[in-house]
Design a protein around this ligand. Sequence first.
Ligand SMILES: [Zn+2]
Length: 398
Amino acid sequence: MNFPHPRPADPSETLEVKSIRARSIVLQACRDYLPALTQERGQDAESKAILAALQYGSRPPRHSSDPNPDLLGKLKAALIRQLKHIIELAELDEASLRFYRGLRREVEGAQMADPIGDLLQRICRKAEPLYGKDWLDPDVRLGWAGLHPRNASTDDDPYTATARTQKPEDSASLVRLSVFEKYFGVEAYCSLPLVLTHELVCHVPAVPRKSHPPGVFNEGFMDWAALIYFRQWCSELSPGLGSLTRYHGEKFHDRQRNTAKLRWPRGSAHTLANGVVDWWSEVMGFRYTQEDIQRRLASLAVRVNVVDVDMSVKDALVLALTPHGSQTMAAALDAFLRDPTTSIDPLLDAAGSLSLDDVGDHLLDAAASLALDGVGLPVVDSTANVGADDVLEAKELS
Ligand SMILES: [Zn+2]
């Protein structure tokens, strides 16, 4: 990992990255207050003023020659001043006064730390046992972008963080986390556990070690598995922020899933995987919960992720992943779900023995159910040969 713990200020980081870090430190310090600030209190004027101060207060000074300004100190000062105005001028009731005074204490106490590095460590320690000897901690670099990842307005889509994984031949994977510097608020901060779980479960240990265009395996079935693990882990990934992390992780996932590049691979693979879970729930639901069955199927994705075969073989497996296609596949799926430590060869064989016509039928079945969901058919995407999460030209200058 690149991050010692806690991470000292790195003078070589750009001011934009320092500004993102300052906001992450304050957000983590104020974690107990974020649910009320963003949800229960709704969008009252006081909450809005504080959330706005989080953005303007950490803005790098435009006309200063100081190469290393104290952006955390500047942000804390802006928030404390804003809170002072609210406490003195807003004519609050007792409960609200207690709330804003408590929030001010947390802001005052915030000190240099590395919540994003902490989060990475937590996800690494969760992902490592899934992969065992195939796991190697990645390096991680925080960068910034001058554009929203989906070119959206931050009012409509406040999820401004994105990540992609690079896989050098001769060293550990490098996860590049990139944030739209102009807006990094509660929603984007709380989406980081999902963003990073996806990279660490899907891409960091994946074999063969090279980039692949988004397909039904690497961005579909693996993403489905990562989402299952995220739901299982999320209360432990961001201490004190479990429910917000789950809420914003799922919302971000919906936003990203509906982009042109990911709609087909994610939509079709999620539909097929959920179909397998539903089928086996009917067979074995008396013995296993839905979550047990999801985890059993997710472990298949993890196993296949580190098998050194061509990506087309893995894609073919996903497209054949239905108990309604062939008896052989249904039997292989049933055997695997009963004992997920068993060999995965029968599943790969069953997928490989399908004719192109069979695969075409599965595709049509998946397309039909996706059309019902309003997802539509595959989209021809001229950018499909770049990194799957490379949805923007990130200016990673850190
Ligand atoms: Zn991905």
